[in-house]
Design a protein around this ligand. Structure first.
Ligand code: URA
Length: 435
């Protein structure tokens, strides 16, 4: 096969065959196809798109480019959950323990984050002692005994996606339906769970900023999952404003704990209960999503979700006392408030800008090599729909570097829009696909 011919073919809008896609993915992963040819193909794909079949072939080629995880030694139906990425999204830390408390085995691999905040793995590492690099046997045993484990994704899983994603990141080819869908689904399929719940974020702080695009992406991913024999459901959820009030690492874990204590923000509580309910249903522990929701709600109210979180933290070497004593988390030395310049109603809190501001505090990485400040981030004091008086605090910025915090406050100023007329909070769950 010839790379120039493959690029030409896609450039002229023709569909690539399964063999061509496999040959490209294997060649690029092992290094025989150079970055410049892969970049040209990605840009051709960006403009001409991928058909349903091509997206599936690309997913499969990346899925099998490295190790795949065998979860068959774990009893029960394993259900995975994935978010396409949002600001303040700590849902996994809430719904994981809730679903596990309802009897669904959670064997999850998560990534580190590039961008607004760390990923789930970085967030978990803000718990003193918590280990995210478990040996495979330890991981499987823990799911069988505790019901839940979350580990970092190893380099041996979908190496093709790792290499291609890094290239897409620097060639402006990330935001393409087929490329995003195949990237996410190759990792989910390689990670081995029997069923998958996808949280497709929609709005200013997400890859998809309108409902039509979010629906298109969700449908492609649900189809890929189901075609691969994994029951897959996608929820399209709001990401116009950040989820919950905390955006950072340790402060997001604290908010997740508060939520499991029944004291969390409404949106994160609702999302975790609903998506957790779908997981309980797909995991065969409830005979409908509604029954699943009843079960997750009970696990929140009776404290069994919180108890499961403590058990999971202890099993992975973390100090479970963090649940009662938040001073055990990494501490910031500085805090700065952003005040409302006028009275009115919060009409918008642009998630993208708040996310970038949170990165500026030190909570996120601009490059893979950057060190995260686990204590840094932003706590919102208001959400869309809230009434404010002039001088009210809109948000508090935390960290350990004065210049970084000042830059973050400046960035976030324009994220808030205050209107004279009352504004309704946006609909949290917009659509569910695949149920
Ligand atoms: N998340 C991924 O894992 N891949 C993408 O392409 C986009 C978001």
């Amino acid at each position: 096969m010839n790379m120039v011919k493959i690029i030409e073919k896609k450039k002229s809008g023709e569909a690539l065959s399964q063999e061509e896609i496999k040959w490209f993915v294997e060649g690029y992963t092992e290094g025989s196809i150079p970055d410049y040819q892969a970049s040209a193909l990605l840009m051709a794909i960006y403009f001409k798109g991928l058909s349903k079949e091509e997206t599936f072939y690309l997913t499969e080629a990346m899925r099998y480019s490295g190790d795949t995880i065998d979860l068959s030694s774990i009893k029960g139906i394993k259900v995975d959950k994935h978010s396409t990425g949002g600001v303040g999204d700590k849902t996994t830390l809430v719904l994981g323990p809730l679903a596990a408390a309802c009897g669904v085995p959670i064997a999850k691999m998560s990534g580190r984050g590039l961008g607004f905040t760390g990923g789930t793995v970085d967030k978990m590492e803000s718990i003193p002692g918590f280990r995210t690099a478990l040996e495979p046997e330890e991981f499987l045993n823990q799911v069988n005994t505790v019901g839940m484990s979350v580990i970092g994704q190893t380099a041996h899983i979908t190496p093709a996606d790792k290499k291609l994603y890094a290239l897409r990141d620097v060639t402006a080819t990330v935001d393409n339906f087929g490329l995003i869908a195949s990237s996410i689904m190759s990792k989910k399929l390689a990670a081995g769970s029997d069923a998958i719940v996808l949280d497709v974020k929609c709005g200013d702080g997400a890859f998809m900023n309108n409902l039509d695009d979010a629906r298109t992406l969700a449908k492609i991913m649900v189809e890929i999952g189901n075609s691969a024999g994994r029951r897959t459901v996608a929820a399209i959820t709001e990401m116009g404003q950040p989820l919950g009030k905390a955006i950072g690492n340790s402060i997001e874990v604290i908010e997740a704990i508060d939520t499991l204590k029944g004291k969390g923000p409404e949106d994160i509580t609702e999302l975790a209960l609903q998506l957790g309910g779908i997981m309980v249903y797909l995991g065969g522990k409830a005979d409908s999503p509604e029954k699943g929701l009843e079960m997750t709600t009970k696990a929140l109210k009776d404290g069994s979700g919180l108890a499961k979180l403590a058990e999971f933290i202890r099993a992975q070497g973390g100090n479970p006392n963090v649940i009662e004593d938040y001073t055990l988390f990494p501490q910031h030395s500085l805090a700065k408030e952003l005040k409302a310049e006028k009275a009115g109603y919060i009409a918008k809190i642009r998630a993208g800008q708040i996310g970038f501001a949170s990165q500026l505090t030190g909570a996120g990485r601009a490059t893979k090599e950057d060190q995260i400040d686990l204590s840094a981030g932003i706590c919102l004091c208001k959400k869309v729909g809230d009434e404010v008086a002039e001088g009210d605090t809109l948000a508090v910025f935390y960290g350990n570097d004065e210049a970084k915090i000042s830059a973050a406050v400046k960035e976030a100023e324009a994220a808030f829009e205050i209107s004279n007329v009352p504004t309704e909070p946006p609909l949290l769950i917009k659509e569910i696909i695949g149920l």
